[in-house]
Design a protein around this ligand. Structure first.
Ligand code: SAM
Length: 301
């Protein structure tokens, strides 16, 4: 019988050094409630690297050879919980009111491009949900405005001349790989009703594969929200259940970056437990039933 391995002692000073390094790298803040989680993940990485002290692990992380280990550590620290159609009330607001408004304003200006960014997309359920909702919203929009829809068969998911781009990004390469694969099991599909399953998924063995027409709308990329170089010119940004792992200063910086990454009058969606209150005065709150979103305020010169 193998004996359990005793944890390597972690001093307060080492913990603080590692906490500060993680914060500097990706903005994640580990307060007292999450220190046990951090310690557990650090112990795992230390064993994996076969090092005997946290100070040597810290030295590795800050060295040139330690870059790969640093991203592995960050991957071990991210919480990747997600689901299709997460926060239905908010998606209802997005689908029925906001998308409709954005499409109408764009059409008036003969601008047929729509760009949405899912920042912190995890395994892809959020951006694929958005892609399905955009397809439905465009089909419904054309139905109501009796604009001749294309006669080509099969009808494209996005009616020309519209161009829809959904950028989905994360800091964790393994979730990005799973998202790109776009195959989900029955448990992950629980929140997807049958009309969506039938229209937007193919059954492959015991898994559901996102149909190519939806998959092609979503482009996945690595982006660390801590950095300054983030995707620009978005009409709508979804960043849900990501900011909650940052401290207030980092949240403030991120919201300011989102302001700059949005087009005029653009919209920002944050998680159910997140708010811009106390972080920024450059957005107006919109709510409908229990769904909320924020719209970028424009400065009138
Ligand atoms: C809880 S998941 C949220 C997924 C999805 N937005 C949702 O609400 O269902 C949080 C995601 O944010 C990502 N994340 C955390 N810190 C990040 C950072 N600094 N830059 C980019 N993504 C980050 C994590 O890797 C994780 O996949």
């Amino acid at each position: 019988m193998s004996m359990p391995v005793a944890p390597t002692p972690l001093t307060d000073a080492e913990l603080r050094l590692l906490q500060a390094l993680v914060y500097q790298e990706c903005g994640m803040h580990f307060d007292e409630r999450r220190t046990d989680f951090l310690q557990d993940r650090l112990q795992r990485r230390l064993r994996e690297c076969q090092l005997d002290s946290f100070y040597s692990y810290y030295r590795l992380l800050i060295s040139d050879q330690g870059k790969q280990e640093l991203s592995r550590l960050v991957e071990n620290l991210t919480v990747n919980e997600t689901s299709f159609f997460r926060n239905k009330a908010q998606l209802d607001l997005f689908h029925r009111l906001i998308l409709d408004d954005v499409l109408r304003h764009k059409q008036e200006r003969h601008d047929y491009s729509l760009r949405i960014w899912s920042a912190g997309c995890s395994t892809g359920q959020e951006p694929y949900t958005l892609a399905m909702l955009v397809c439905d919203a465009l089909a419904y929009y054309y139905l109501r405005h009796s604009i001749p829809s294309p006669t080509v068969s099969p009808r494209p998911m996005i009616p020309p001349p519209w161009k829809v781009e959904i950028l989905a990004s994360d800091i964790n390469y393994s979730v990005l790989r799973a998202a790109q694969e776009a195959r989900y099991g029955e448990t992950q599909m629980q929140s997807v009703d049958y009309s969506y399953r039938l229209r937007y998924f193919d059954k492959v063995g015991d898994r559901y594969a996102v149909k190519p027409g939806i998959k092609d709308l979503v482009h996945f990329d690595f982006h660390n929200l801590k950095t300054e170089y983030l995707p620009q010119r978005n009409d709508i940004i979804f960043c849900r259940n990501v900011m909650m792992y940052f401290d207030q200063a980092e949240q403030q910086r991120l919201v300011e970056k989102f302001y700059r990454c949005l087009n005029a009058d653009g919209y920002l969606f944050v998680g159910h437990a997140e708010t811009l209150r106390g972080l920024s005065e450059k957005f107006s709150l919109i709510h409908h039933n229990s769904g909320t979103a924020y719209q970028r305020d424009e400065v009138i010169a």
